[in-house]
Every structure is written in C-alpha cells, then in structure tokens.
Design a protein around this ligand. Structure first.
Ligand SMILES: [Zn+2]
Length: 378
C-alpha cells in the first residue's frame, strides 16, 4: 500500500521541533506545497513569531483553514517512550509532540486542498490558510496580528475551520462552535495588622472578606444559553497571614477567574463583583485581566457542512460544543461570521507520549476535503 501523504507530511512536521513561539521551518514547508497549487503566500513576522497568510483565488466565499505550527514543550524527556520530535509508530498510533495538537490537522488541510483542487480546478470562491507559531504561547503576535492586517486591507472571510483537537472519544464525535471567555481578577483586601490578643486594635481582612467570598461563590451569574453552560466563577489562589499564629494579617490576596458564556459580558461581570464587594464595605484593590472574549457560531452552513462531511466519512453524528479552554477562534470570529473548530481526539494533547491513532489520519484529511466539496465545489 502507498504510504499516506498526510501521514508523511505529519511526520515531517513533527520532526521540526517548533516549540512555541518557534516555527522551525514548518511554514516554509507548507509554502513549498501551497505555492504550486496557486496560493499566494505571505509571511508576516511579529516579535519573533512567524505567521502565514496564503490565499488562492480572489472571489467570495472565502474558506479559511486556520491553525498553529507551534507545540508546547516536551516536558521530561526520560518519561517519553520515544523521543518527542522523532515521529514513531507503536500499537497503531503515531507518537510525537504535536501529533494531535495540531500537526496532523495542518498536514490534513494541505493534502485535502491538493486533492480538492485536482478534482475541482474551477472551484467557487477562494481557499486560504491562516497559520501561526504563537498559539500555545501568549498569542499576542500570532493570529490576532494577521486578523488585524486582513481587517486593515478590507479582506473579508466567510468560513473558517480551525484544526484544533476537538474530538472527545472518537474522531468526529465533537466540534466546537464557540469558546467561553476568560476574565481574571487579582483582589487585595486591606485590613489592619495587629496582635491577635487585641483584635479591637486591628481589622482582620479574612473575617471581613469571608461573607463576600461566600456570596460570590453562591452567585448565579447567568443561566447559560442554548449553546453554553452557565458562567462559572472560581477562586484559584488565596493567601493571607504572616506565618505567625499570634498576628492578625494586614491584607489578604485572592486570585479568581470567570469562564463566561455569551449570556454575560466582561463589563457586566466586573460591575457585579464590585457591587458585592462594595455592599460588604470592603477596603480593596482589584485588578482585572480579560484574556479572551467568548465567541459563538450558531448552527449554520459551515457547521452543517462539517457535520455532513464527518457523517459521510465515518457515519458519526458530531455534537456541537463550547467547552474547553480559549482558542485562536476568538480572534478570527471578530472578522469571520462562521468559525468552527474540528480536529482529532484531544485526550493526549500537551501530555507525555502525545499521539494520534494512525487510522484517523486519512479520514481527518477526507473530512476536510469533503467540507471543501460541500462549500466550494462548482
Ligand atoms: Zn492547539
């Protein structure tokens, strides 16, 4: 049997140790493959991050494959059963850092385009690639920079398929049509330090904050909606005290995070937290960090095309979900009306011995190709 082109390209990409924010030549390899297909390829560098915008055609609709060439660090090498950047087959699986997050997806997108364009040379619309080496890092010089550039020159997008690993138990069982927002707060409650035997001369910030924290923990922020679970508020760190058992501490610090649905806004949540703290008459400082706005693509032509492609290829009925962490989809959604993420199972991502089942590699490519056929075949 002829070795799968998608598998070979995946292995080539895994062998390049593109630990975030380094690309290590991955995108150059993609350019070598895309340029002969008729793509105009543009490298956009930003503070050590390498981004690729490649587009074939000038017509609408514009279908974009999006993803990242960077990977998270391997972690302790002695715990890997084969070297993380030496792609290895074992027990029907391909092992290597990036195997599921997300070098197989990138390879599958490129080979899907080769096959689609060969079969439909006069296809409708345009096909594009938006690839970054800064998804696993701070994500400040990657997809967001390319999106700003596209917006400046008035380039509009219609459909975006992000190749993140979204499947849960088997390939094709889940895709993401949105992601929750993430809003963090660093709260300092100010008291007055003193001897524990003379509480009348001190003000205990722990005692003062406790009822407010109980109220924050019990608050129903929203009910979620058709696509989202209710917004969740969680404390991640709490610290107070000098270490001595006879001292009332002078302050308490609390870190918390909202994972919020499109039923709430960051401004609205901030205002409600301040209202609760103020009602308890606390003396405090609160610093906010909004690390991601939520986005949502309601069920529509793109999600239907991907779900149908999955069903045709595997007979699996995919579920739409908005669970999991933030992704670059949040940046693309600002300039593209339909953004859906779909890729391999995510059980091994970011772990020691990351892998993908070999039997999923060509079906993933076929699903991407079938999606193009449904949306752009002439
Ligand atoms: Zn990823």
């Amino acid at each position: 049997m002829k070795p799968s082109r998608t598998l070979l390209l995946t292995e080539e990409l895994i062998a390049l140790d593109s630990i975030t924010p380094h690309d290590k030549g991955c995108q150059q390899r993609l350019i070598e493959l895309l340029a002969p297909l008729g793509f105009t390829c543009e490298t956009i560098e930003s503070n050590g991050v390498t981004n690729l915008w490649a587009r074939k055609g000038s017509e609408s609709p514009v279908f974009v494959f999006a993803g990242h060439t960077d990977v998270v660090p391997a972690g302790p090498l002695d715990q890997w059963h084969s070297a993380p950047f030496a792609p290895t087959h074992r027990d029907g699986k391909l092992y290597g850092r990036g195997a599921s997050d997300m070098k197989t997806s990138i390879a599958a997108m490129v080979v899907a385009c080769e096959e689609f364009i060969a079969a439909h040379p006069g296809h409708r619309g345009s096909i594009a690639f938006l690839i970054t080496s800064d998804e696993e890092g701070p994500a400040t010089d990657g997809t967001v920079v390319v999106c700003e550039r596209l917006e400046e020159r008035g380039e509009t997008l219609d459909y975006c398929l992000v190749g993140e690993p979204t499947s849960a138990h088997v390939l094709g069982d889940m895709l993401k049509n949105g992601r929750r927002g993430s809003l963090s707060g660093h709260l300092v409650i100010k008291g007055v330090q003193g001897h524990i035997a003379y509480p009348q001369l001190a003000r205990n910030p722990i005692h003062q904050a406790a009822p407010a924290l109980a109220e924050l923990a019990a608050e129903v922020w929203d009910e979620g909606n058709e696509y989202y679970l209710p917004t969740s508020w969680q404390i991640s760190n709490i610290q107070a005290g000098t270490g001595a058992t006879n001292v009332i501490p002078g302050h308490m610090t609390i870190d918390f995070n909202f994972r919020f649905s499109t039923a709430s806004t960051a401004d609205g949540l901030e205002a409600r937290v301040h209202a609760i703290l103020d009602r308890h008459q606390l003396d405090y400082d609160l610093r906010w960090t909004l690390s991601g706005q939520p986005f949502l693509t309601p069920k529509g032509s793109l999600s239907d095309a991907i779900c149908d492609a999955i069903h045709d290829e595997l007979g699996v009925q995919a579920e739409l979900s908005t669970t999991g962490g933030t992704s670059d989809g949040r940046f693309i959604a600002r300039i593209c009306p339909q953004v859906i993420e779909f890729g391999p199972p995510n059980a091994s991502i970011h772990k020691i011995d990351e892998h993908i089942e070999l039997r999923y590699i060509d079906p993933l490519k076929n699903i991407y190709r079938r999606t193009l056929e449904r949306l752009l075949a002439a």
